[in-house]
Ligand binder design. Structure first.
Ligand SMILES: *Cc1c(COP(=O)(O)O)cnc(C)c1O
Length: 403
């Protein structure tokens, strides 16, 4: 699939900094020369002749065919994401879960085996632990930080490894380069869910991963408006595994949502930088607070995998994890005590959000499984927004007084 009009191609943007690519990469301009990216709300396209139509369907001529698998606005979003990530190609999906499920399911078949780190976003864990096995694709969950456990879990039929880093919600960091080596030695590919790190702070493909997936719902939109996702990889992986699956099953994104996300990308750099700076300051306040029993922030020297953070991330995170005294009651008192931060289950938003994972995103897990992952009843996930950091510090101090 390609366009017929001129565009800033991915390769010609490669030498620019990420901030520049976020504003310009992948733009397709029509003959009108519009400045802002156009929203092509069209299901299909017309052809000048039956011969032209045939040639496009055969892939002999470039051009768009049908918005289930090719649309100019969606293509702009995919190209900008690919340029940002340093990927050859990408496909945008309706949600982050559609991206993850497609990246897992499309290249696999009954008899294949998957190894994944067990600390995962609840729905990702469902896909690996429950959904894939229903179709004969078995899976093994390991402690992501235990490289020997990854090695031991590999089987001759292991085709895909999957991990999230930093993990949701405990912000553990997994060594992507080492897991990629283990996967490749076993002839498997590594898929990384890079949502928590954001494309700004971590580039899994450079570290050796083969596929990167995002929920664009999070930082990429960053303003709580729409859902979306994206799969990024080599041209070969996308053509061989993703394109046909996409064309035939349709986990596609609406051009409208792709357009919102495309405009979101223009400000991703400044938003994530500001949110990370504030998060670092708030983490320092929490670290010495008497009501806080545990603090996890990837930007601090006391993070359990601080050495890996240094090796594979360019900065800390917009996310903080902390545990308060008093278990669930303590956590609920804190949540109800915030004035500015909103109780919700999204993250990466301009608005600061507090989440209680044990009763929301991870309530499906048994208490034992939660304990194993370090998600205690007093654990709070904190997504830092764009408010002034002093107001947020005042807010968190006030909330902790209620604990
Ligand atoms: C939110 C999230 C997803 C799912 O994304 P949706 O857009 O909500 O479908 C997947 N992985 C991680 C790490 C997430 O935070």
């Amino acid at each position: 699939m390609s366009d017929t009009k001129g565009h800033s191609s991915t390769s010609s943007m490669a030498h620019y900094h990420p901030e520049t690519r976020l504003v310009h990469a992948g733009t397709l301009r029509s003959d009108f020369g519009e400045m802002s990216e156009s929203l092509f709300l069209t299901q299909g396209f017309t052809y000048d002749s039956a011969e032209e139509c045939e040639a496009r369907f055969k892939g002999e001529k470039p051009g768009f065919l049908y918005s289930r698998f090719s649309n100019p606005t969606v293509a702009m979003f995919e190209r900008r994401m690919a340029a940002l990530e340093g990927a050859e190609a990408g496909r945008a999906t309706a949600t982050g879960m559609a991206a993850m499920t497609t990246a897992m399911l499309a290249p696999l078949q009954a008899g294949d085996h998957v190894v994944a780190a067990k600390a995962l976003f609840g729905s990702c864990r469902y896909v690996i632990e429950t959904l894939l096995p229903r179709y004969g694709i078995t899976s093994t969950l390991v402690d992501g930080g235990d490289l020997d456990a990854w090695r031991k879990a590999m089987r001759p039929n292991t085709k895909t490894c999957f991990l999230e880093s930093p993990t949701n919600p405990t912000l553990d960091v997994v060594d992507i380069a080492e897991v990629a080596k283990i996967a490749h030695q076993a002839g498997a590919r590594l898929v990384v869910d890079n949502v928590f790190a954001t494309p700004l702070w971590q580039s899994p493909l450079e570290l050796g991963a083969d596929v990167v997936v995002y929920s664009a719902t999070k930082h990429i939109d960053g303003q709580g408006r729409c859902l979306g996702g994206v799969i990024l990889s080599t041209e070969q992986f996308i053509t061989e595994h993703i394109h046909t699956f996409f064309r035939q099953t349709g986990p596609s994104i609406s051009p409208f949502n792709a357009w919102v996300l495309l405009k979101g990308l223009e400000t991703l750099g400044i938003r994530v930088k500001a949110q990370t700076e504030s998060a670092a300051k708030i983490a320092d306040v929490l670290a010495s607070h008497p009501k806080v029993t545990r603090l996890i922030y990837p930007g601090r020297a006391d993070h359990p995998q601080a050495d890996i953070v240094k090796k594979q991330m360019r900065a800390g995170s917009t996310m903080i994890g902390f545990e308060v005294k008093g278990g669930k009651e303590g956590a609920f008192r804190a949540l109800n005590g915030f004035r500015l931060a909103r109780i919700s289950n999204n993250l990466g938003d301009a608005k600061t959000i507090v989440t209680h994972p044990a009763t929301t995103t991870h309530q499906r897990l048994t208490p034992e499984a939660r304990a194993e992952l370090g998600i205690g009843d007093g654990f709070i996930r904190f997504s830092i927004g764009l408010e002034h950091v002093d107001d947020l510090i005042e807010d968190v101090k006030g909330a902790l007084e209620k604990v």
